[in-house]
Structure formats: structure tokens, C-alpha cells
Design a binder for this molecule. Sequence first.
Ligand code: GDP
Length: 297
Amino acid sequence: AINQEEDSEDQLVSRPPIVTVMGHVDHGKTSLLDYIRKANVIAGEAGGITQHIGAYNVKLADGRHITFLDTPGHEAFTAMRARGAKVTDICIIIVAADDNVMPQTIEAINHASAAGVPIVFAINKIDKPAANPDKVKEELANMNYLVEEWGGKYQSQDISAKKGIGVEELMEKVLLEAEMLDLKANPDRRATGSIIESSLDKGRGYVATVLVQNGTLRVGDVILAGTHFGRIKAMFNERNQRIKEAGPSEPALILGLNGAPTAGDTFNVMEAESEAREIANKREQLQREQGARTKKI
Ligand code: GDP
């Protein structure tokens, strides 16, 4: 059966925060995520993360970790929320300092607030002569989002995603927020988590990027995600290195599923393949019936 037992306090250990970046188009979301991915900010591991992957984990100079979700826009975030998956611990909302708080900025703020996800503001493009970060902070204040330096409760950091200015400080603020959340998980249980993205790869079959949220996922585990299942044949990290396991807040690319689950689907590790198949088939049948019913209406 799906393991839904509560973890007891003594089984829990700290886990890295899972962070999403949202903001209005062109305000610098991609640039920030690229900078973090390539520089691997501060850990200085040679090469950084060159390939695209829907989620990646970075290590800071002091050894602490942050996991970033690199989903295409906040549609994915919304889809995940709609499916009941809470994948994000902290939200960075990026606003260009040479622009205004825009409709998508407000939408992102509303999404994060509705989900109860703490916000850290990143005021971007401060390298531009036309940048006016104070104006952005004033606009936020007018919306009742008063930044900390002005006596409010929202952390904010002036950055240049292009030049890397302030990014290290931004990471510090994210980690401070994470400390207050006291994020924990139990590595000694069968893994549960979320599907970040999935596709059919010519050479490798179905591949899925998953994010472990509790427990430890291992090669050989039987995984069930939505209407799909399979035994994990191989796992890779964000550097395309083969790994044997992934713990809480760690992403992994997995091989061995019999199809491509939907982004936002939760996954569980099952004891037996037969049971995974049975549940997957039941879910599929249910979906077909629901589909038929909707069509009739
Ligand atoms: P996204 O739509 O939010 O993902 O925005 P992008 O990251 O694609 O950035 C939009 C444009 O702004 C691109 O031309 C970037 O090069 C530019 N840009 C992003 N960050 C900065 C920055 O810190 N400084 C400057 N000068 N340009 C930036």
C-alpha cells in the first residue's frame, strides 16, 4: 500500500529549501536561474550545471544547499498547486528595477500568498542606468508588501542577474527564510515526492525529473506516479552523473517508467510492482470513466 505513515520527531532531519523564481516576463527569471545554474553560485564546482533540468540543487560555499525548480513560467507552479502538490517552500519574486510592478508580478505574489509560501523579493537589473529599485519597493509598499529595510517583514535584495551582483546575498536571505521554516524530512522511509517534468527519450525510453520530498529514492525502487509506474533502472543528478539514491529535497532524472506522468503528479515508492500496476490501472480506468462522463454532459 502507499506508505502514508507520519514520521516521528526523532526520525526527522533538516532538508534544503525548495525554491521557485517567479516574475513578469523579461524581468530576469531565466537570467537569474542561468546564473545560479552555471556559476553554481558559490560552491565553485568546476563546470556548473550545463544541461537543462527542471530542478537542480546547488551547494553554497558554507556547504548549505538550495534546490531550485526551473519550471517554464508559473503555469507549472499553478498546475502543481491545482493538483494539490506543494512543491515550493520559498518563492523568489523578481522585479526589474527599470520597470514597474507588473500584472504577472502581482499574480505571482498572489499565488505565493495564497499557497502560504514565503516571498523574498529580488529587485533585478540594478546595473542599468535607468534602474530605480526604490521605486519598485515603493510600489510594493503600496500593495502592503513592505520590505525589511523599510521596516516591513519582506526580505528583498537588489541584484543584477546578468552580472551576478547581489546573488550571493539573495541566497543568504533565502536560507534565512528557510531557517525560520525549520524544514525537515525523514530520509529513512520509502520516497514520496513530485514529478517535475517527463518526456519520451529516443534512446532511453521514458525519462522523468522527480523531486524527492520525503524519504530516499533508490535505483531498483518501484515507483508509482499517476497512471504510470516502473522499476527505476538508473538515476542521474543535475550534472548528468549516475547516482544510486536521492534524499529529501534532491532532484533526480529517473529511467524505467512505463509512460510519462504529468508534471505535478505526486509519486510514491511501492513495495511490489504488481501493486503499483494494479493502482495505476485503477487510476487509468477511473480517468477513462470520468472522461466519458464529462463527454456525455
Ligand atoms: P525572463 O523573461 O524573466 O526569463 O527574463 P530574461 O532572463 O530572459 O531577461 C530578459 C532580458 O533582460 C534579457 O535580454 C536579459 O539579458 C536582460 N536582463 C536580465 N537580467 C538583467 C540584468 O541584471 N541586467 C541587465 N542589464 N539586463 C538583464
